[in-house]
Design a protein around this ligand. Structure first.
Ligand code: NAD
Length: 349
């Protein structure tokens, strides 16, 4: 029997902890907001050092999902689940207990795969709850869609900075030649752009350089190369006090989550005259894609691709807010999301 306890947290709609002595499950689910719709967010398995660390992460991530969905124009709120543990702890009983935990939210939280959980694990979760998306045979691997959405964000940013979305004669420095970075590089090269790429696994970077006619540099050098756009597609925190002074680009447009080490780094980029495309706005296509499973008739790829076009429009609106209000683009994106949530609150009042 899974022991589920509610933890009151100010500013959050519902946060709960689950412990299952039989399977060893120790997890948290946070529903930050359901103002715009049910709270969708992945199920992360991570060896957190403490309960506090896991709770802090689930709160931060669920709030981030509220903003991402609001900016993407989706009728979704923000939620997330985290499980304290390692992949070696996985078992059917473990994910069935997690399914019971998800089900305890009665549909206000919808889960999906995330770091260290896979589509097969979601199949086990689905034995106990119908509130799961991204199952086998549905919207599929989100990475190609995330890469496409990031490319749309890149085009909008080029229009803003250079007055044209053309990639001819433009160089993009990609940090991280993984699932998203490698496909993003393909889109850029096919549109006439030049690629410089780095990865901690040199062979991944070399593969991308070969496929795109690009050039490899070391992970240490990628932030200081001459380029038009720096594209963080690896881990978070790559925009910080050490790296921002090194940048020799006009814009930053990448897929990595949480690129700004601290919120103030959005202002630091602005002060350096670098246009920053907020990460959660340009990397939302995976979420837009999986959300399509919940629309009438189930997943329809053409409809999902059409919905992703919104990323381009949103970027222009965010640039306009930043210009009009004299703020950085990261703050403008937050305001854009908050205004959509506030108007839904007023409409529901
Ligand atoms: P991935 O693990 O496939 O690729 C990441 C790549 O970055 C790997 O090849 C890794 O070796 C490389 N890397 C790690 N540290 C590096 C460093 N210091 N310098 C250079 N390269 C480094 O991950 P992914 O699915 O491509 O996701 C990339 C980023 O985009 C992540 O931050 C992820 O959270 C974010 N994101 C991904 C999706 C998606 O659909 N996959 C959606 C939204 C956001």
């Amino acid at each position: 029997m899974v022991e589920i306890t509610e933890i009151p947290v100010e500013g959050y709609q519902c946060v709960k902890r689950a412990i299952d002595p039989v399977s060893g499950l120790h997890a948290y689910i946070s529903v930050h907001s359901t103002v715009l719709g049910p709270a969708l967010g992945g199920m992360r398995l991570w060896p957190y050092a403490s309960e506090d660390e896991a709770l802090t992460d689930v709160l931060r991530l669920s709030r981030g999902m509220t903003y991402k969905a609001a900016c993407a124009g989706l009728d979704l709120g923000g939620g997330k689940s985290v499980i304290i543990g390692k992949p070696s702890m996985k078992s059917d009983a473990f994910f069935e207990a997690m399914g019971d935990f998800v089900e305890s939210f009665g549909g206000s939280y919808i889960t999906a795969e995330d770091v260290n959980t896979k589509v097969e694990d979601m199949g086990v979760v689905a034995r106990r709850t119908s509130h799961v998306v991204g199952l086998a045979g549905k919207s599929g691997n989100p990475s190609p869609k995330t890469a496409w959405g990031t490319f749309l964000g890149l085009q909008a940013t080029l229009e803003d900075v250079y007055g044209s979305d053309s990639l001819e004669g433009k160089t993009v420095a990609i940090e991280g030649a993984g699932s998203v970075g490698s496909i993003y590089a393909d889109y850029i090269a096919k549109a006439g752009g030049k690629i410089i790429v780095a990865d901690i696994f040199a062979e991944s970077a070399e593969r991308v350089a070969k496929a795109t006619g690009g050039m490899v540099v070391s992970p240490d050098a990628i932030r200081s190369v001459e380029c038009d756009v720096y594209a963080p597609c690896a881990l978070g925190g790559s925009l910080n006090d050490q790296t921002i002074p090194l940048l020799k680009c006009k814009a930053v447009v990448g897929a990595a989550n949480n690129q700004l080490l601290e919120g103030r780094h959005g202002e630091v980029l602005r002060d350096r005259g670098i246009r920053y495309a907020p990460d959660y706005v340009v990397n939302a296509a995976g979420l837009i894609n999986v959300f399509d499973e919940m629309r009438p008739g189930g997943y329809n790829e053409a409809r999902a691709l059409k919905a992703m076009e919104q990323i381009r429009t949103n970027m222009h609106q965010i640039f306009a807010i930043a210009n009009e209000e004299g703020i950085c683009t990261a703050t403008a994106a937050d305001r854009f999301a908050e205004r959509r949530i506030q108007s839904a609150v007023r409409a529901n009042a």
